[in-house]
Design a protein around this ligand. Structure first.
Ligand code: NAD
Length: 247
């Protein structure tokens, strides 16, 4: 048995991924930030279905908390072989004139620094160089990294552009160390992230612009993540899967 750590796993895409990974036989480390009740519910669903999971609290943008989370994993008695960098934030729609330094920094420290810190700690544990068994990392980026989200969230889009570059660079850096690093780029997926802002009807407007004329479900993203982590993708690294309804 091996551990899969999923950040931001108490809801949305992270929750769907955690449930799916448990069905694949991983012991799932369910990272959450604030909502212990939601994380506990995810663990209950996994355990009720015969799987294994435990909760690990950490704000991924805080280095000390990330170190404490990985320290906790080290004491579980199973190797960490999978990381899903999923936790992310998106603020309300804004043009560049109204983007505060505080907002930009918050988006970057969570969506970029947080991903870097978790990648760093995972590599230390998975790498052949450090006596690890190898492993796989999936970074959850966004279609926004390609499309730019003009007039809405260029800060968020830029943070996801950094995630794309992190994926490419790290995949090359650790390929010979037994670690694969890949990326998924979801488009409009029905989760709570859209509750944080946007004009009324935004989701329907965006949906109507998509070639497939619908948004996606968290499980549709989870399936791709689980495949990328699996042995079925054993020769896949540095790759990007678009999950954006054709956009
Ligand atoms: P969500 O808001 O439902 O889930 C995000 C999760 O991240 C939450 O559980 C939240 O608590 C957690 N989180 C936020 N900041 C954190 C922090 N500092 N430390 C630890 N956890 C933290 O949204 P979602 O749609 O499930 O988003 C998951 C990922 O998918 C994000 O990276 C998001 O950018 C990306 N994404 C989502 C969509 C979409 O349409 N839903 C599209 C493209 C990309």
């Amino acid at each position: 048995m091996a551990i899969a750590l999923v950040t931001g796993a108490s809801r949305g895409i992270g929750k769907a991924t955690a449930l799916h990974l448990a069905r694949e036989g991983y012991t799932v480390a369910v990272n959450y930030h604030r909502n212990i009740e939601a994380a506990t519910d995810v663990i209950k669903q996994i355990v009720d279905a015969g799987g294994k999971a435990f909760a690990v609290r950490a704000d991924i943008s805080d280095e000390a908390q990330v170190l404490a989370m990985f320290d906790r994993l080290d004491h579980e008695g199973e190797p960490l072989t999978a990381l899903v960098n999923n936790a992310g934030i998106l603020f309300e729609q804004s043009t560049i004139e109204n983007l505060s330094a505080e907002r930009i920094n918050r988006v970057l420290t969570t969506n970029v620094t947080g991903y870097f810190l978790c990648c760093r700690e995972a590599v230390k544990r998975m790498s052949f160089k450090h006596g690890g068994k190898g492993g796989a990392i999936v970074n959850v980026s966004s279609a926004a990294s390609r499309l730019g989200a003009p007039g809405e969230y260029v800060d968020y889009a830029a943070s996801k552009g950094a995630v794309d570059s992190l994926t490419t660079g790290l995949s090359l850096e650790v390929a010979a160390q037994g670690i694969r690093v890949n990326c998924v780029r979801p488009g409009l997926i029905y989760t709570d992230i859209h509750a944080s802002g946007g004009e009324p009807g935004r989701v329907d407007r965006v949906k109507s612009l998509l070639p497939m004329q619908r948004g996606g479900q968290p499980e549709e993203v989870a399936q791709a993540i689980v495949w990328l982590l699996s042995e079925k993708a054993s020769y896949v690294t540095g790759s990007f899967i678009e999950l954006a309804g054709g956009k």
